[in-house]
Design a protein. Structure first.
Length: 290
């Protein structure tokens, strides 16, 4: 904001970064205010309508966002970032073909950037075309070796292929890369990475690591019922029925229709009662597990 005010000659370059920050930080009110000022000051600028499109993208009105991305890219047909945002708006609604076509346009205009290639890979993964997804994500990795999102998406593909150990390695690498960039992983965009790490650990029988990963995910998104139920199921399998009950109840309080919590909550309660009534047998069972 200070640079925009004090260095008007750098306006276009800094404005793009400023808009991206507002989207990343989920600040729709600030982005609305900025866009309103741009419309008043520069109604014929492609950056103005890009900013307006990003505002509607951020609040989830993708149809409206596309109208303004169309206006922006019409005013400046070589505006690669505008085409990239245009593609994102289709990807948000699962419109794979349209998104892929626009990502290819962005790739042509953005030169050596790895982002359009990565987005093509992610879109193929969403469409369950995992061989192509792996190809494009690996290609993005060749262009950029330090983007944690590449490692995360390679982990998703490996998980879908059933290579759980490899998937866990990729998710772990994504967290380390993110920590190297900004010394913390406090953004909720990394919640799925920790959640996926938890799933991998549970499948590999590393229950304590799974509990730790799911707990990290809940620190970032505490109101996500599916994570509470995943944590509960891990406690359940591990034999900590009291902790399992607490997490199942938390999941059901957030989403009464959560399938995992509905199916296993009563079983965890029954096992907890049985163990409470027969402490010696419960202790023997725990020793056997250890």
């Amino acid at each position: 904001k200070k640079v925009l005010k004090n260095y008007p000659d750098c306006r276009s370059e800094i404005l793009l970064v400023h808009v991206a920050c507002l989207v990343e930080l989920d600040l729709p009110n600030d982005l609305f205010f900025l866009s309103h000022k741009l419309v008043q000051a520069s109604p014929n600028s492609y950056l103005t309508w890009y900013s307006v499109g990003c505002y509607y993208f951020l609040i989830g009105k993708q149809d409206v966002a596309r109208q303004f991305f169309t206006k922006s890219t019409t005013l400046h047909p070589d505006f690669g970032i505008g085409w990239l945002a245009f593609a994102h708006s289709f990807a948000q609604e699962g419109e794979h073909d349209q998104a892929l076509a626009l990502y290819r346009t962005a790739f042509r205009l953005l030169g050596g950037s790895h982002i359009p290639t990565l987005c093509v890979g992610i879109e193929h993964a969403r469409a369950s075309n995992f061989p192509l997804a792996n190809h494009f994500i690996q290609k993005a990795g060749d262009l950029c070796t330090f983007d944690p999102l590449i490692s995360n998406e390679l982990g998703v593909v490996a998980y879908k292929y059933g290579d759980i150990e490899k998937a866990y390695g990729y998710f772990q690498a994504a967290v380390k890369q993110q920590e190297a960039i900004d010394s913390h992983t406090g953004s909720n965009r990394w919640e799925p990475t920790f959640f996926n790490m938890g799933l991998c650990c549970r499948l590999l029988g590393r229950y304590e690591d799974a509990v730790a990963a799911f707990s990290e995910a809940l620190l970032l998104c505490p109101s996500k019922a599916s994570t509470h139920s995943a944590l509960a199921l891990t406690h359940h399998i591990y034999g900590d029925f009291e902790a399992a009950m607490e997490s199942y109840q938390q999941a059901l309080s957030l989403d009464p229709e959560d399938l995992v919590a509905k199916e296993y909550h009563e079983d965890a309660l029954q096992m907890f009662v049985e163990n409470a009534m027969t402490p010696d047998l419960a202790l023997q069972g725990e020793d056997t597990q250890m």
